[in-house]
Design a binder for this molecule. Structure first.
Ligand SMILES: [Zn+2]
Length: 327
């Protein structure tokens, strides 16, 4: 038996296990639904799941509900990526589904996964207002009760803001980088990160703090603007800002000492300060040339289709784009 055959056998066994508790008359259809998912025919799989649930309101169809929870984010992703006009309809169906189930820990986990997957789709300009609507709805409905899951909502709002502040001319590059590394520190540095990745993030964060410290007085107005305009993002920097406010020189000294822990052997504080100064100058020059554009989560890709303002909105509302998501 080769690996492909082995995997196939293994998956079949897994499917059998999942549907064991299901009523006898529905097993065949359930197996078909799982197989459709496996072969990435998510629409067919959803259709079969719906049939099972509708035909069998009392029996235990939990495995089918879990499968559905897994299918929706994939279907919504396809709707956005392919701009097929089904988004509005499918997202309404998703919320109907969420309202109909018991929001246990597994289901909350799937909602969080969905948020993370859809967050990536903000590269599409037209999807951004819809993503905000999506997150607002999840938040209002209070599906997520676990503290760590609620944190994902905060992260989604910060991520949305990052798309706006990165193209906001009122904010300088050092402040943008400062916000970005603070976001990473808050949401990404955890036990699961690889050691090297973690170290790079910490060095980034310290460097950006040092840069802000260097020009703290002249950045005060900008930081106040961030606090008012991008409150979710400001949350990640507010403690550091108040520490800087309290005693800027001590703060800078502490940052420098911490950075020394990561410097090459033989590096003196003077050498490090000099290197930081040079890299600060380089950044300011790059900013003046206005070439660096990043999103909060990585490089900004501008390869998505431009939508004509008079075209029907890609979300599927039936309205013109300019009266809908393109407002
Ligand atoms: Zn729309």
């Amino acid at each position: 038996m080769n690996i492909t055959e082995y995997n196939k056998k293994f998956n079949e066994k897994k499917i059998q296990e999942r549907i064991q508790e299901m009523p006898e008359n529905l097993k065949e259809k359930a197996i078909e639904a799982f197989k459709a998912e496996e072969s990435e025919d998510y629409l067919r799989s959803r259709e079969l799941c719906m049939q099972i649930i509708n035909e069998n309101e009392e029996g235990n169809v939990e495995p089918v509900r879990i499968l559905l929870a897994r299918l929706y984010p994939r279907i919504l992703r396809i709707d956005v990526e392919e701009i097929n006009g089904n988004y509005q309809k499918d997202v309404d169906e998703y919320f109907e589904f969420l309202d109909s189930i018991n929001m246990n820990e597994i289901m909350q986990q799937y909602v969080v996964d969905t948020l993370a997957r859809m967050c990536e789709l903000m590269e599409n300009d037209w999807f951004r207002p819809l993503f905000k609507e999506f997150v607002d709805r999840i938040s209002e409905k209070q599906y997520l009760t676990d503290e760590s899951f609620k944190m994902t909502l905060e992260s989604a709002y910060s991520s949305m803001e990052s798309y706006e502040y990165y193209s906001d001319a009122k904010i300088s590059l050092p402040v943008k980088d400062f916000l970005k590394s603070a976001y990473q520190k808050r949401y990404f540095i955890n036990e699961e990160n690889f050691e090297s990745e973690k170290v790079n993030m910490i060095i980034d964060e310290l460097t950006n703090e040092w840069f802000i410290c260097r020009s703290f007085e002249e950045k005060a107005g900008e930081l106040e603007y961030v606090r008012k305009t991008y409150p979710h993002s400001y949350e990640s920097i507010k403690e550091v800002v108040s520490e800087m406010q309290a005693d800027k020189n001590t703060f800078a000294e502490n940052v420098l000492n911490e950075l020394m822990n990561y410097a090459a052997p033989g590096t003196t504080k003077e050498m490090l300060t000099d290197a930081l100064d040079k890299s600060y100058e380089r950044m300011i020059n790059a900013e003046n040339k206005n070439v660096v554009v990043h999103s909060g989560a990585g490089s900004y890709k501008r390869n998505t289709a431009k939508i004509s303002r008079n075209a029907p909105c890609p979300c599927g509302s039936g309205k013109k784009y300019k009266y809908c998501c393109g407002k």
